[in-house]
Write a protein that binds this ligand. Sequence first.
Ligand SMILES: N[C@@H](CCC(=O)N[C@@H](CS)C(=O)NCC(=O)O)C(=O)O
Length: 343
Amino acid sequence: MSIQSTLSTTSKIFLSLAAIAALAGPARADVLDDVKANGVLKCGVTLAATGFSAENNAGKREGFDVDLCKAIAAATLGDGTKIQLIPMDLKTAFAGLPTGAVDVLTHRFTQTQSRDVGGLKYPKIMFFDGQGFIVTKKSKANKIADLNNATICTAQGATSELIVADYFRAHKLKYKIVTFASQEQAWDAFVGKRCDAAINDRSGLASRLAKLPNKDDFKVLAETVSNEPIGPIVAQGQPRWESLVRFTLNALVAAEELGVTQANVDEQRSSQNPDVQRLLGVTGDFGAKLGVANDWAYKAIKAVGNYGDVWDRNVGIKTPLRLERGRNALVANGGLMLSIPVR
Ligand SMILES: N[C@@H](CCC(=O)N[C@@H](CS)C(=O)NCC(=O)O)C(=O)O
């Protein structure tokens, strides 16, 4: 744990951005070839975030981020069960890509210019989020302006540090930020009353609230203070692998647009719609051009369903997170989710 004043927060943020820039390291051989040779896909996932990556009662890790890992394994290896999930915190996750400790991060990390230029490539955004603050219901804070002089918990290296620094300075509010090695620790400290408030992606707050027995004792403030475009990450210099991850996620979005679901994907193979035929590998050689089998997208959809299926199963309104699609609805439904045409 570390406590920082406003000024040293800013300098630490720029130091941590410099550390990301040093990630380049020795380049890996072709990751797509590696994954095929290993016969297993290694995904870096969040430590414990219900709905995204957390163990269920049977001790099996499940969630949105786990499903994306399964989809990529299904597309690459023809089998969505050939995955190794490696839980990682903010401190270790990024360094695992160039060394090959992980092939892809299906994590909750925001794309920023510094991370991208620093060697972390984001093939496609899978979740449009924004950050918010959580406080106890007993607290007198009903809006961020009420957090003057508050102590705020978050994790080292999260985008939150700079967001808090910028927002509070711009609004002439005083604060003390307390950072922890992981979001889990930051959350536990907040729940343990170490801080007046915590900040995280709104989906992250919903995720942690979902498993709290006394969730009604807390409230998330209405204001959203940032944009957090979140997506899987691959190492730089891996264009084939980057494309494979991009188009696997894209296939899940395209499937939703075309009405192809986990339940109907087999019958959709006989569809007369040329877009469906290309997506499912019935016509064309779109898989071969990516370096995988032509039924790669069929296998991914069969393994986890379309984007909407993944959403509904893990974080949708029937789950403990109860998240509305909002900005993550398809463009056709007023959101931001759009597929790249499979042509
Ligand atoms: N999106 C922000 C926050 C990322 C974040 O805090 N992720 C949460 C999951 S919602 C987490 O638990 N990270 C791993 C950890 O440190 O425990 C960023 O990219 O910096």
